[in-house]
Design a protein around this ligand. Structure first.
Ligand SMILES: NC(=O)C1=CN([C@@H]2O[C@H](COP(=O)(O)OP(=O)(O)OC[C@H]3O[C@@H](n4cnc5c(N)ncnc54)[C@H](O)[C@@H]3O)[C@@H](O)[C@H]2O)C=CC1
Ligand SMILES: O=C(O)C(=O)Cc1ccc(O)cc1
Length: 316
């Protein structure tokens, strides 16, 4: 059994935090796991599921941890860092899993002393489910985890966080927070916004079509509804904290959408066919890299320990 971390504290035991706890147990990555969540109901579930050696609603439970991972919505990460900071032992490394990085670095840095290096991380893996029941140990297997350590971060701290993610099966890559935010704006954030928008538009049309939108929802729309079922708090925070990059990518998206509208209006089949051929090649490239299954899996195909009844997960 690898003993990477002596005491691992996880703050926020939702989908991501509970998956880290399960993975750390399964793969023997920590001698002791401490779970911290402000929600007493979550702590109760953590105890019932046996996800940690100790579980508490108090930030002081982070005392004595070698590595503390903040797994709360990005808008709360700075405030949670401030709460745990007074309890950290010298040398304890702090990390997070937030989907946005520049705003998180800015929010966390002021609260930590030089004795407690911050190594921001983002596992690019998840589902539309939330809460402690929705996690599973293999969530990060063969998935990217992006680290965005500020220049001058203690290399030993980066190494500790990298080792944890590699132990969880992730492939680790390092980049600047700003680059991360631009890349994720187009690959993750704008796609979620499009899903929220199209499902919202369809819902508004329900009155006009007398429920036929939902009744006849076929492949494309159904895939959007899965994404649009993602946690409202988490995604509100992502759009508010990655505002500039999302607006930049949304501007480009709108321009390209206008070009497509024009092609349809003027019967430019060649332009449509050219684009659809290019996008098909991109999908096939992703499948070939093993980052995706050929068919939509609705977030459950890799879920080796999924609850028998997915409805038991907190669905947003
Ligand atoms: N859901 C996903 O697919 C992915 C999420 N992320 C990131 O991971 C983080 C967590 O997301 P999920 O696990 O999906 O969320 P979740 O909603 O499943 O769990 C969040 C947990 O944090 C707790 N929490 C919230 N505010 C808190 C506070 N102030 N103090 C202590 N605990 C608090 C909540 O009680 C809840 O148990 C977010 O920053 C998100 O951007 C990253 C990759 C994928
Ligand atoms: O469920 C999906 O399709 C996702 O895209 C999950 C996801 C959500 C947020 C992230 O920062 C990373 C992955």
């Amino acid at each position: 059994m690898t003993q990477g971390v002596d005491r691992l504290a996880i703050v926020g035991l939702g989908l991501i935090g509970s998956s880290i706890a399960r993975g750390a147990r399964t793969y023997g990555l920590a001698r002791e796991i401490v779970a911290i969540d402000r929600d007493a109901g979550v702590i109760e579930r953590v105890r019932a599921l046996g996800l940690a050696d100790a579980a508490s609603t108090e930030a002081s439970a982070a005392a004595g941890a070698d590595l503390v991972i903040l797994c709360v919505p990005v808008g709360a990460i700075g405030e949670v860092a401030a709460q745990i900071a007074p309890h950290l032992k010298p040398g304890a490394v702090v990390s997070d899993v937030g989907s946005v990085k520049a705003a998180v670095v800015a929010a966390v840095a002021p609260h930590l002393s030089a004795n407690n290096p911050f190594v921001p991380a983002h596992p690019v893996a998840g589902t539309e489910y939330s809460g402690p029941d929705s996690g599973f140990a293999t969530l990060f297997s063969n998935r990217w985890c992006i680290l965005t350590p500020p220049d001058g971060t203690d290399p030993a701290a980066v190494e500790r966080v990298q080792a944890l993610w590699q132990g969880l099966g992730a492939i680790v890559e390092t980049m600047t927070p700003e680059h991360h935010d631009l890349v994720l704006a187009i690959t993750s954030h704008v796609p979620h916004l499009i899903a929220y928008n199209i499902v919202g538009t369809a819902a508004d049309l329900e009155e006009v079509t007398q429920s036929e939108v939902i009744k006849f929802s076929a492949g494309g729309f159904r895939d959007f509804t899965r994404i649009a079922a993602s946690d409202p708090t988490m995604w509100r925070d992502i759009f508010l904290t990655n505002r500039d990059a999302v607006l930049e990518m949304l501007g480009r998206f709108n321009e390209d959408l206008s070009a497509l509208s024009r092609a349809i209006r003027w019967g430019d089949g060649e332009a449509l066919h050219d684009l659809f051929t290019r996008t098909r090649a991109i999908r096939r490239g992703i499948v070939a890299m093993g980052q995706e299954t050929a068919e939509p899996d609705f977030g459950r195909a890799r879920n080796a320990t999924a609850p028998a009844d997915p409805q038991s997960c907190k669905q947003s």
